[in-house]
Design a protein around this ligand. Structure first.
Ligand SMILES: [Zn+2]
Length: 235
């Protein structure tokens, strides 16, 4: 029986390693995707930034055109003032010029504010470009590292899977059948080591009789969680 326990212990270790390699293999593409998404977000942000500069420039141009039109209008009203026949007519034109001049002052302030905004936006452009460049380099690095890691992990997985098959072949009889049925269902969680007086899989306390059997180096199926329990080394 002692040899059987060694085989189960070894199988458990291999199954855990195999599961770990598989999870690392699955994690790789996720990391690549995250880095790629960061890069795409940076590109989209840079584009939105450039669009905002373009739009603010167009708005400022439009307001500047409006200002020039209003200035021309004031100029033309000033021309009409010389041809006024009544004081009332003169005063009305004078009031109109005052109102337009006031509106133009507001418009000039708005334009100035927009030009300042454009300056600030333009000054921030290199930061957006830098972020794109850095995120692109990072995405490429993650992709290259993940690919190198995948090759090495797959080699490990092939080696370990071969080792697993060779070790499994050493089991026979009912135990081999029980092991295969459990592993097909629960993978690396099909086996558990005895921990104190409990099942290492589900922490349930085991009966003294079960512990005796385990210490006699006989593997036992846990009545609570159904995994195959084996005694720890040196016990
Ligand atoms: Zn259990």
């Amino acid at each position: 029986m002692s040899e059987v326990i060694e085989i189960l212990r070894r199988l458990h270790r291999i199954l855990v390693q195999q599961a770990d390699i598989r999870s690392q293999l699955e994690r790789g593409p996720r990391m690549v995707k995250i880095a790629q998404t960061h890069y795409e977000t940076a590109v989209a942000d840079e584009l939105a930034h450039r669009e905002l500069i373009k739009k603010t420039r167009m708005d400022a141009d439009r307001k500047q055109l409006q200002l020039r039109e209003r200035e021309a209008k004031i100029f033309s009203v000033e021309g009409k003032m010389n041809m006024c026949k009544t004081d009332r007519e003169f005063q009305a034109l004078k009031d109109q010029i005052a109102a337009d001049t006031q509106a133009n002052a507001v418009l000039s302030d708005e334009i100035l504010e927009m030009l300042e905004t454009i300056d600030t936006l333009v000054a921030a452009t290199p930061d957006f470009e830098l972020r794109c460049k850095q995120n692109k380099a990072e995405a490429e690095k993650v992709a290259a590292n993940t690919e190198a890691r995948r090759v090495s992990l797959e080699a490990d997985l092939a080696r370990i899977t071969e080792d697993l098959a060779a070790t499994e072949a050493r089991l026979d009889g009912d135990l081999a059948g029980t092991y295969r049925r459990l592993v097909a269902l629960r993978h690396e969680e099909a086996l558990a080591v005895l921990e104190g007086n409990s099942c290492g899989g589900c922490n349930t306390s085991l009966s003294p009789r079960t512990i005796d059997r385990l210490l006699m180096r006989e593997p036992v199926v846990c009545t609570s969680c159904g995994c195959l329990i084996y005694p720890p080394e040196g016990r």
